[in-house]
Design a protein around this ligand. Sequence first.
Ligand code: HEC
Length: 163
Amino acid sequence: MSFKPLDLFILITLLILGGCGWQMSEQPRYDTYEPLQGQPERTSARKPPAGTVLFQSRQTRPILTEELLRRGEERYNIYCSVCHGATGHGDGRIVQHGFPAPPSFHNEKLKAADDLHFWSAITNGAGRMYPYANRVSPEDRWAIVEWIRVLQMAESLKKERNS
Ligand code: HEC
């Protein structure tokens, strides 16, 4: 038996067409928010795990309380002091190991900067400093800002006393 070019063409075309089907669009899968089978009260979208941090969202600024300050001090010491130093002079441990030194929070520019400037630096990063939005919640960012203000006030007071 011998094939003519036309037979070969038809055969190959049929083989190729045979690979076509609609199955790809009919895969067993859930659409977002589709109720789970047999559990109409639950949907395919899973709840974020406990402790998930909201990435953006400015969120209303929390009221300044002693508790917020303590939280700010704690978070600052965890996330910021390694570079910015415990008192905000830009002389943290990492800097002593060769990391570029951040500016001191006690320079004129940063004493005059508004609170949102600090909040945004944590959220979006600043120059070589990367953002902390995925580790520090919006509320904790405000707490840290309050603590930086305390550091600045303490430094000003110290300068005043010593002058
Ligand atoms: C890994 C080191 C590192 C850590 C950790 C870090 N920073 Fe920074 N930060 C820097 C450096 C370096 C700069 C200067 C970046 C530049 O100018 O390129 C900077 C800049 C800033 C600025 C901007 C200053 C300006 O000139 O406007 C603010 C505000 C700031 N940091 C706040 C924070 C806060 C708050 C935290 C903690 C949540 C933090 N940083 C954590 C290294 C760090």
